[in-house]
Design a binder for this molecule. Structure first.
Ligand code: ATP
Length: 450
């Protein structure tokens, strides 16, 4: 029985069925906290990353990029406060053996030490550090202990002076980075929402002390506007300001952008005023002078304040999938064909932009369709499908969010026109082969989600 609700089960099932996301090491029963991105997933992830990168670097003259190593000197994490403070409060049930984050369960039950699942007795709350440890070098005696980075931000801070000097950056300026981060999360549920291995897209903006509040407001506006450009439904987003009890050890003020996932409103991205906390600590722990010298103001020296925008790439991919997903009733014949599953991706994000479909395999139509596809490859991500009824092929493309299908039929042979079929409206128009390129480009430019 079909229905139009959006559930995580439907998303997970589509993601696997169509090659977006697979369970890690599935043939061994799976590895919790880790997921693999299939042919569709990697394209979508790359496009989201590119969209963010363009927004943050190409469209902001004062932001440059960086790709720092995952493995960093262990002192980094002492300086950053992660060794001491990057912990979650953990409780276990003595009866059913389930493990919980103490801050995420009913506080009345926690006070009574009562398991929220089975009513059994809970252990005392203990602090659990989320950083993964590994070892460098041949001897595993603790002397080569390293952490897998739990955030990409620190790679930016320790390189800030290099970047000021090599690229003559002047405050205010930003450094953007996309990369893997690792956290030993206690509870990894809701598919790829919270995982132990994930990717972040972070930008650290260095400003003069005293100007941090102004820039904090500016970046909150910018980041909100980004999601409108990404083409998601803005009524699904909201702000959440951290209360004093929620603020991270480094933050003066923090706002999250939350998205209404099938399991409720959850954090998508954080905008944080990290003050001069990180750079001061790195100066103290490294013994290096990390002051900025303001040559335009009589060589005034100061430690810049930092405004951070920190988004999860893999979490954004889940958001884009949930936001795009629709089980839509398109007919009323009382059969399964009445429904289609469609992903309303923005065309700039869709893994396949245009699919070329010959109406029939015979009479030279497939050769002609291949030739048309060849002509589109340089500009667009294309697919070719000649298997099965045309209606079924449209549905297959709808399911992976392909915004345009080009159908090649007998008329194409006669007058050189093709049918362009639009995913969202299912409208079809006839276009000259020669105009196909500009027609598709215009449609991408004009795209609005209905
Ligand atoms: P939480 O309190 O939910 O554990 P956080 O507030 O510690 O998360 P940040 O440190 O601010 O999260 O991380 C910035 C962003 O990185 C988050 O908004 C999220 O998009 C992403 N992120 C953080 N942890 C994870 C994770 N375990 N899996 C996937 N994405 C994550």
């Amino acid at each position: 029985m079909q229905d139009s609700s959006i559930t995580m089960e439907k998303i997970v099932s589509l993601a696997k069925r169509r090659g977006f996301v697979f369970q890690s090491s599935e043939i061994y029963g799976g590895q919790s906290g880790a997921w693999d991105y299939g042919p569709m997933g990697v394209e979508l992830k790359n496009r989201i990353q590119r969209f963010w990168w363009k927004e943050m670097t190409q469209l902001h003259d004062d932001i440059v990029g960086l790709d720092a190593a995952i493995l960093m000197h262990p002192k980094t994490w002492e300086a950053s406060g992660h060794v001491e403070n990057f912990t979650d409060p953990l409780v276990d049930c003595k009866k059913c053996k389930q493990r919980f984050r103490a801050d995420q369960i009913d506080q009345a039950k926690l006070a009574k030490k009562e398991c929220p699942e089975c009513g059994g007795e809970l252990t005392e709350t203990r602090k659990f550090n989320l950083m993964f440890k590994t070892n460098i070098g041949p001897v595993d005696d603790g002397s080569g202990m390293l952490y897998l980075r739990p955030e990409t931000a620190q790679g930016i801070y320790v390189n800030y002076k290099n970047i000021v000097q090599s690229n003559r950056m002047k405050v205010p300026f930003g450094i953007a980075q996309v990369g893997k981060a690792f956290r030993n999360e206690i509870v990894t549920k809701n598919f790829i929402f919270r995982t132990c291995e994930f990717e972040q897209m972070e930008m650290q903006y260095f400003v003069k002390p005293g100007e941090d509040v102004k820039w904090f407001d500016y970046w909150r506006e910018q980041r909100w506007a980004y999601y409108a450009k990404l083409g998601v439904r803005m009524d699904k987003l909201r702000w959440h300001q951290h209360g004093l009890d929620e603020l991270a050890h480094y933050a003066k003020d923090a706002y999250d952008i939350e998205y209404e996932f099938p399991m409720g409103f959850k954090e998508l991205e954080g905008v944080h005023n990290r003050t001069d906390f990180d750079l001061k600590r790195h100066q103290q722990f490294s013994g290096k002078d990390l002051q900025y010298i303001d040559q335009e103001n009589g060589n005034e020296r100061f430690i810049p304040y930092i405004v951070e925008t920190s988004a999860g790439l893999t979490r954004q991919l889940l958001m884009v999938l949930c936001d795009a997903y629709e089980d839509q009733k398109v007919a009323d014949k009382g059969t399964d064909d009445d429904w289609r599953t469609v992903l309303h991706f923005h065309p700039a994000l869709a893994p396949i932009t245009v699919a070329v479909l010959p109406l029939m395999k015979k009479d030279g139509l497939s050769e002609l369709a291949q030739e048309i596809r060849q002509g589109l490859k340089e500009e667009f991500a294309t697919d070719y499908d000649q298997g099965g009824a045309i209606g079924r092929r449209y549905r297959r493309q709808d399911e992976v969010g392909t915004p345009f299908c080009v159908t090649v039929d007998y008329q194409t042979k006669e007058d050189g026109t093709v049918t362009v079929r639009f995913r969202d409206s299912m409208e079809q128009i006839r276009v000259k082969r020669d105009d196909l390129d500009s027609c598709l480009k215009q449609a991408i430019k004009d795209y609005v989600r209905v």
